[in-house]
Design a protein around this ligand. Structure first.
Ligand code: ATP
Ligand code: MG
Ligand code: FE
Length: 344
Protein backbone atom coordinates (compact mmCIF):
# COMPACT_ATOMS: atom_id res chain seq x y z
CA UNK A 1 0.00 0.00 0.00
CA UNK A 2 1.01 3.60 -0.60
CA UNK A 3 0.92 5.50 2.68
CA UNK A 4 1.10 9.26 3.10
CA UNK A 5 2.53 10.20 6.50
CA UNK A 6 2.19 13.54 8.26
CA UNK A 7 4.30 14.63 11.25
CA UNK A 8 3.71 17.85 13.24
CA UNK A 9 4.49 17.01 16.87
CA UNK A 10 7.07 19.74 17.38
CA UNK A 11 8.66 22.25 14.99
CA UNK A 12 9.01 20.13 11.82
CA UNK A 13 6.22 19.85 9.28
CA UNK A 14 6.99 16.49 7.68
CA UNK A 15 5.14 14.79 4.82
CA UNK A 16 6.35 11.57 3.22
CA UNK A 17 5.17 8.82 0.90
CA UNK A 18 6.12 5.22 1.64
CA UNK A 19 5.21 2.09 -0.31
CA UNK A 20 5.93 -1.06 1.70
CA UNK A 21 9.34 -0.35 3.20
CA UNK A 22 10.37 1.96 0.37
CA UNK A 23 10.51 5.70 0.84
CA UNK A 24 9.36 7.57 -2.27
CA UNK A 25 9.91 11.07 -0.92
CA UNK A 26 10.23 12.87 2.39
CA UNK A 27 9.51 16.62 2.50
CA UNK A 28 10.30 18.58 5.66
CA UNK A 29 9.84 22.23 6.58
CA UNK A 30 11.10 23.48 9.95
CA UNK A 31 10.25 26.54 12.00
CA UNK A 32 13.40 26.13 14.14
CA UNK A 33 14.87 29.44 12.90
CA UNK A 34 11.87 31.26 14.35
CA UNK A 35 12.36 29.62 17.76
CA UNK A 36 16.13 29.93 18.02
CA UNK A 37 15.99 33.52 19.28
CA UNK A 38 13.68 32.46 22.15
CA UNK A 39 16.00 29.62 23.18
CA UNK A 40 13.19 27.07 22.96
CA UNK A 41 10.13 26.02 20.94
CA UNK A 42 7.16 28.39 21.22
CA UNK A 43 4.05 26.21 20.61
CA UNK A 44 1.93 29.04 19.14
CA UNK A 45 4.67 29.98 16.70
CA UNK A 46 5.14 26.33 15.71
CA UNK A 47 1.39 25.86 15.21
CA UNK A 48 1.11 28.80 12.87
CA UNK A 49 4.17 27.64 10.93
CA UNK A 50 2.60 24.18 10.49
CA UNK A 51 -0.59 25.79 9.22
CA UNK A 52 1.35 27.75 6.61
CA UNK A 53 3.68 24.92 5.60
CA UNK A 54 1.16 22.05 5.48
CA UNK A 55 -0.30 22.35 1.98
CA UNK A 56 3.00 23.33 0.27
CA UNK A 57 4.78 20.43 1.99
CA UNK A 58 2.08 17.93 0.95
CA UNK A 59 2.28 19.25 -2.63
CA UNK A 60 6.06 19.03 -2.63
CA UNK A 61 6.10 15.43 -1.37
CA UNK A 62 3.54 14.36 -4.01
CA UNK A 63 5.37 16.24 -6.76
CA UNK A 64 8.83 14.91 -5.94
CA UNK A 65 7.50 11.36 -5.50
CA UNK A 66 5.59 11.78 -8.77
CA UNK A 67 2.44 10.49 -7.13
CA UNK A 68 -1.12 11.70 -7.62
CA UNK A 69 -3.13 12.17 -4.45
CA UNK A 70 -5.72 9.69 -5.76
CA UNK A 71 -3.08 6.90 -5.62
CA UNK A 72 -2.71 7.17 -1.83
CA UNK A 73 -4.14 4.09 -0.04
CA UNK A 74 -3.94 5.30 3.55
CA UNK A 75 -3.08 8.39 5.59
CA UNK A 76 -0.98 8.16 8.76
CA UNK A 77 -0.49 11.02 11.18
CA UNK A 78 1.25 11.60 14.50
CA UNK A 79 -1.41 11.46 17.23
CA UNK A 80 1.09 12.03 20.06
CA UNK A 81 3.13 12.53 22.10
CA UNK A 82 4.00 16.13 21.32
CA UNK A 83 2.70 19.68 21.53
CA UNK A 84 -1.10 19.80 21.40
CA UNK A 85 -1.39 22.79 19.03
CA UNK A 86 1.08 21.46 16.46
CA UNK A 87 -0.39 17.92 16.70
CA UNK A 88 -3.86 19.33 16.05
CA UNK A 89 -2.77 21.01 12.81
CA UNK A 90 -1.36 17.73 11.46
CA UNK A 91 -4.36 15.70 12.61
CA UNK A 92 -6.76 18.16 10.96
CA UNK A 93 -4.91 17.98 7.66
CA UNK A 94 -4.83 14.17 7.83
CA UNK A 95 -8.54 13.95 8.61
CA UNK A 96 -9.35 16.24 5.69
CA UNK A 97 -7.29 14.09 3.32
CA UNK A 98 -8.85 10.90 4.66
CA UNK A 99 -12.38 12.23 4.19
CA UNK A 100 -11.63 13.76 0.80
CA UNK A 101 -9.96 10.61 -0.54
CA UNK A 102 -12.25 8.15 1.21
CA UNK A 103 -9.15 6.34 2.48
CA UNK A 104 -8.42 5.06 6.02
CA UNK A 105 -6.74 7.20 8.63
CA UNK A 106 -4.20 5.93 11.19
CA UNK A 107 -3.19 8.05 14.16
CA UNK A 108 0.21 6.73 15.27
CA UNK A 109 2.75 7.14 18.07
CA UNK A 110 5.58 9.56 17.26
CA UNK A 111 8.21 7.90 19.47
CA UNK A 112 7.55 4.47 17.97
CA UNK A 113 7.82 6.16 14.57
CA UNK A 114 11.40 7.12 15.46
CA UNK A 115 12.12 3.38 15.74
CA UNK A 116 9.97 2.27 12.76
CA UNK A 117 11.78 4.56 10.30
CA UNK A 118 14.74 2.22 10.58
CA UNK A 119 12.84 -0.34 8.48
CA UNK A 120 13.16 1.99 5.47
CA UNK A 121 16.94 1.76 5.83
CA UNK A 122 17.87 -1.63 7.28
CA UNK A 123 14.76 -3.61 6.34
CA UNK A 124 12.19 -5.38 8.55
CA UNK A 125 12.94 -5.82 12.23
CA UNK A 126 13.71 -9.34 13.40
CA UNK A 127 11.13 -11.01 15.67
CA UNK A 128 12.13 -9.01 18.72
CA UNK A 129 14.33 -5.98 19.04
CA UNK A 130 15.23 -3.21 21.47
CA UNK A 131 14.70 0.44 20.56
CA UNK A 132 16.29 3.45 22.22
CA UNK A 133 14.72 6.74 21.14
CA UNK A 134 16.69 9.78 22.20
CA UNK A 135 15.82 13.35 21.22
CA UNK A 136 15.15 16.81 22.59
CA UNK A 137 11.95 15.59 24.22
CA UNK A 138 12.45 11.86 24.77
CA UNK A 139 14.82 9.26 26.19
CA UNK A 140 12.82 6.07 25.94
CA UNK A 141 13.84 2.43 25.97
CA UNK A 142 11.35 0.01 24.39
CA UNK A 143 11.10 -3.71 23.77
CA UNK A 144 9.68 -4.08 20.26
CA UNK A 145 8.03 -7.44 19.66
CA UNK A 146 6.02 -6.13 16.70
CA UNK A 147 6.44 -2.50 15.78
CA UNK A 148 2.84 -2.29 14.56
CA UNK A 149 1.16 -3.99 17.48
CA UNK A 150 3.38 -4.85 20.43
CA UNK A 151 5.74 -2.36 22.02
CA UNK A 152 6.57 -2.26 25.74
CA UNK A 153 8.22 0.69 27.42
CA UNK A 154 10.98 -0.54 29.73
CA UNK A 155 12.15 2.85 30.88
CA UNK A 156 12.34 6.54 30.14
CA UNK A 157 13.74 9.71 31.58
CA UNK A 158 12.49 10.86 34.97
CA UNK A 159 13.48 14.46 34.21
CA UNK A 160 15.42 15.87 31.24
CA UNK A 161 15.74 14.06 27.90
CA UNK A 162 19.28 13.54 26.62
CA UNK A 163 19.07 16.32 24.01
CA UNK A 164 17.42 18.63 26.51
CA UNK A 165 20.29 18.04 28.97
CA UNK A 166 22.77 18.87 26.21
CA UNK A 167 20.86 22.05 25.37
CA UNK A 168 20.78 23.12 29.03
CA UNK A 169 24.47 22.45 29.53
CA UNK A 170 25.06 24.30 26.25
CA UNK A 171 23.26 27.32 27.66
CA UNK A 172 25.32 27.33 30.83
CA UNK A 173 28.51 27.07 28.78
CA UNK A 174 27.34 30.06 26.74
CA UNK A 175 26.82 28.12 23.48
CA UNK A 176 24.09 29.00 20.95
CA UNK A 177 20.72 27.17 21.04
CA UNK A 178 20.36 24.28 20.44
CA UNK A 179 23.59 23.50 22.25
CA UNK A 180 23.66 19.73 21.55
CA UNK A 181 25.65 19.80 18.30
CA UNK A 182 28.06 22.41 19.71
CA UNK A 183 28.86 20.27 22.74
CA UNK A 184 29.37 17.28 20.45
CA UNK A 185 31.88 19.27 18.40
CA UNK A 186 33.78 20.56 21.47
CA UNK A 187 33.73 17.11 23.08
CA UNK A 188 35.49 15.55 20.13
CA UNK A 189 38.61 17.51 21.06
CA UNK A 190 38.38 17.05 24.83
CA UNK A 191 39.33 14.39 27.35
CA UNK A 192 36.24 12.36 28.39
CA UNK A 193 38.03 11.28 31.56
CA UNK A 194 39.12 14.77 32.65
CA UNK A 195 36.18 15.18 35.06
CA UNK A 196 34.23 12.37 36.68
CA UNK A 197 30.58 13.53 36.45
CA UNK A 198 27.80 11.47 38.11
CA UNK A 199 26.00 8.62 36.29
CA UNK A 200 22.36 9.10 37.36
CA UNK A 201 20.25 6.11 38.46
CA UNK A 202 23.07 3.59 38.18
CA UNK A 203 23.59 3.06 41.92
CA UNK A 204 22.65 -0.32 43.33
CA UNK A 205 19.70 1.15 45.24
CA UNK A 206 18.18 2.29 41.91
CA UNK A 207 18.59 -1.03 40.16
CA UNK A 208 15.26 -2.56 41.07
CA UNK A 209 12.89 0.32 40.45
CA UNK A 210 14.82 2.28 37.85
CA UNK A 211 16.95 -0.30 36.09
CA UNK A 212 16.05 1.15 32.68
CA UNK A 213 15.07 4.70 33.58
CA UNK A 214 17.28 7.71 32.99
CA UNK A 215 17.91 10.92 34.90
CA UNK A 216 20.12 13.69 33.58
CA UNK A 217 19.16 16.67 35.71
CA UNK A 218 21.61 15.77 38.53
CA UNK A 219 24.36 15.54 35.94
CA UNK A 220 23.42 18.95 34.56
CA UNK A 221 23.56 20.41 38.07
CA UNK A 222 26.95 18.79 38.68
CA UNK A 223 28.29 20.42 35.51
CA UNK A 224 26.85 23.79 36.59
CA UNK A 225 28.46 23.51 40.06
CA UNK A 226 31.81 22.49 38.59
CA UNK A 227 31.78 25.42 36.15
CA UNK A 228 30.68 27.90 38.85
CA UNK A 229 33.42 26.78 41.24
CA UNK A 230 36.00 27.37 38.51
CA UNK A 231 34.56 30.76 37.66
CA UNK A 232 34.48 31.79 41.33
CA UNK A 233 38.14 30.87 41.59
CA UNK A 234 38.83 33.08 38.58
CA UNK A 235 39.96 30.11 36.52
CA UNK A 236 39.35 29.52 32.85
CA UNK A 237 36.77 26.87 31.89
CA UNK A 238 38.31 24.04 29.86
CA UNK A 239 35.29 23.86 27.51
CA UNK A 240 36.52 20.86 25.53
CA UNK A 241 37.13 18.74 28.62
CA UNK A 242 33.85 19.75 30.28
CA UNK A 243 31.95 18.92 27.08
CA UNK A 244 33.79 15.61 26.62
CA UNK A 245 33.32 14.53 30.24
CA UNK A 246 29.64 15.49 30.23
CA UNK A 247 28.97 13.78 26.88
CA UNK A 248 30.78 10.66 28.10
CA UNK A 249 28.56 10.50 31.20
CA UNK A 250 25.38 10.68 29.07
CA UNK A 251 26.60 8.13 26.53
CA UNK A 252 27.82 5.81 29.30
CA UNK A 253 24.43 5.65 31.06
CA UNK A 254 22.40 5.38 27.83
CA UNK A 255 24.49 2.55 26.40
CA UNK A 256 25.05 0.65 29.66
CA UNK A 257 21.33 0.50 30.49
CA UNK A 258 20.30 -0.27 26.92
CA UNK A 259 22.74 -3.14 26.54
CA UNK A 260 21.75 -4.51 29.96
CA UNK A 261 18.12 -4.47 28.76
CA UNK A 262 19.07 -6.33 25.55
CA UNK A 263 20.80 -8.99 27.60
CA UNK A 264 18.02 -9.28 30.18
CA UNK A 265 15.42 -9.70 27.41
CA UNK A 266 17.61 -11.88 25.23
CA UNK A 267 17.45 -9.49 22.28
CA UNK A 268 20.32 -9.14 19.83
CA UNK A 269 19.16 -6.23 17.66
CA UNK A 270 19.28 -2.65 18.89
CA UNK A 271 17.71 0.24 16.97
CA UNK A 272 18.62 3.79 17.99
CA UNK A 273 16.57 6.73 16.72
CA UNK A 274 15.60 10.32 17.50
CA UNK A 275 17.52 13.54 16.84
CA UNK A 276 20.02 12.91 19.63
CA UNK A 277 21.28 9.78 17.86
CA UNK A 278 23.33 12.27 15.82
CA UNK A 279 25.56 12.51 18.88
CA UNK A 280 29.06 11.21 18.11
CA UNK A 281 29.85 10.16 21.66
CA UNK A 282 26.69 8.02 21.83
CA UNK A 283 27.31 6.55 18.37
CA UNK A 284 30.91 5.64 19.17
CA UNK A 285 30.18 4.14 22.56
CA UNK A 286 27.12 2.23 21.30
CA UNK A 287 29.13 0.80 18.37
CA UNK A 288 31.95 -0.31 20.64
CA UNK A 289 29.78 -1.83 23.36
CA UNK A 290 27.33 -3.51 20.95
CA UNK A 291 30.23 -5.12 19.10
CA UNK A 292 31.58 -6.42 22.41
CA UNK A 293 28.14 -7.76 23.41
CA UNK A 294 27.42 -9.26 19.97
CA UNK A 295 24.43 -6.99 19.39
CA UNK A 296 23.47 -5.89 15.87
CA UNK A 297 23.31 -2.08 16.09
CA UNK A 298 21.10 -0.14 13.68
CA UNK A 299 21.30 3.65 13.57
CA UNK A 300 19.86 5.23 10.43
CA UNK A 301 21.48 8.18 8.66
CA UNK A 302 20.88 11.48 10.38
CA UNK A 303 18.09 12.76 8.16
CA UNK A 304 15.92 9.84 9.34
CA UNK A 305 16.76 10.46 13.01
CA UNK A 306 15.30 13.94 13.34
CA UNK A 307 11.55 14.52 13.13
CA UNK A 308 10.17 13.83 9.65
CA UNK A 309 7.20 12.43 7.77
CA UNK A 310 9.06 9.28 6.73
CA UNK A 311 8.94 7.88 10.26
CA UNK A 312 5.17 8.30 10.40
CA UNK A 313 4.63 6.88 6.90
CA UNK A 314 6.94 3.96 7.79
CA UNK A 315 4.99 3.15 10.95
CA UNK A 316 1.69 3.70 9.10
CA UNK A 317 2.82 1.27 6.43
CA UNK A 318 3.73 -1.36 9.05
CA UNK A 319 0.37 -0.85 10.77
CA UNK A 320 -1.61 -1.19 7.51
CA UNK A 321 0.27 -4.39 6.62
CA UNK A 322 -0.40 -5.81 10.10
CA UNK A 323 -4.12 -5.41 9.43
CA UNK A 324 -4.70 -3.06 12.36
CA UNK A 325 -8.12 -1.36 12.30
CA UNK A 326 -8.03 2.28 11.15
CA UNK A 327 -8.56 5.09 13.65
CA UNK A 328 -11.87 6.85 14.08
CA UNK A 329 -12.05 10.12 12.18
CA UNK A 330 -12.46 11.92 15.49
CA UNK A 331 -9.03 10.74 16.74
CA UNK A 332 -7.96 12.86 19.63
CA UNK A 333 -4.38 14.05 19.88
CA UNK A 334 -2.55 13.09 23.07
CA UNK A 335 0.40 15.14 24.29
CA UNK A 336 1.60 12.30 26.53
CA UNK A 337 0.60 9.26 24.49
CA UNK A 338 1.92 6.08 26.19
CA UNK A 339 4.28 3.71 24.37
CA UNK A 340 1.88 0.80 24.83
CA UNK A 341 -0.33 2.52 22.24
CA UNK A 342 1.03 2.26 18.68
CA UNK A 343 -2.20 3.34 16.92
CA UNK A 344 -5.09 5.26 18.45
P1 ATP B 1 11.12 15.15 19.76
O1 ATP B 1 11.65 15.18 21.14
O2 ATP B 1 9.66 15.48 19.65
O3 ATP B 1 11.43 13.89 19.04
P2 ATP B 1 12.92 17.33 19.05
O4 ATP B 1 12.73 18.30 17.93
O5 ATP B 1 13.00 17.85 20.42
O6 ATP B 1 11.79 16.28 18.87
P3 ATP B 1 15.00 16.20 17.56
O7 ATP B 1 14.83 17.23 16.50
O8 ATP B 1 14.76 14.78 17.20
O9 ATP B 1 14.19 16.47 18.82
O10 ATP B 1 16.46 16.33 18.19
C1 ATP B 1 16.95 17.56 18.61
C2 ATP B 1 17.74 17.40 19.88
O11 ATP B 1 18.93 16.65 19.62
C3 ATP B 1 18.18 18.74 20.43
O12 ATP B 1 18.09 18.70 21.83
C4 ATP B 1 19.63 18.84 19.94
O13 ATP B 1 20.44 19.65 20.75
C5 ATP B 1 20.05 17.40 20.03
N1 ATP B 1 21.18 17.11 19.14
C6 ATP B 1 21.19 17.15 17.78
N2 ATP B 1 22.42 16.81 17.31
C7 ATP B 1 23.19 16.54 18.39
C8 ATP B 1 24.53 16.11 18.58
N3 ATP B 1 25.33 15.89 17.55
N4 ATP B 1 24.96 15.92 19.85
C9 ATP B 1 24.14 16.13 20.89
N5 ATP B 1 22.88 16.53 20.79
C10 ATP B 1 22.40 16.73 19.55
MG1 MG C 1 12.81 19.10 16.14
FE1 FE D 1 10.84 13.32 17.57
Amino acid sequence: PLVLGIETSCDETGVALVRGDTLLFDAVASSMDEHARYGGIIPEVASRAHLEAMVPTIRRALGEADVDLSEVDAVAVTAGPGLVGPLTIGASAAKALSIGLGKPLYGVNHVIGHAAVNQLVDGPFPGRSMALVVSGGHSTLMLVEDVATKVTELGSTLDDAAGEAFDKVGRLLGLPYPGGPHIDRLAREGDPEAIRFPRGLTARKDQERHAYDFSFSGLKTAVARWVEARQDAGQEIPLHDVAASFAAAVADVLTAKTIAACQAHDVDTLVIGGGFSANSQLRDMAAERCAAADIDLRIPPLRYCTDNGAMIAALGSAVVRAGVAPSDLDIPVDSSMPMAIVTV
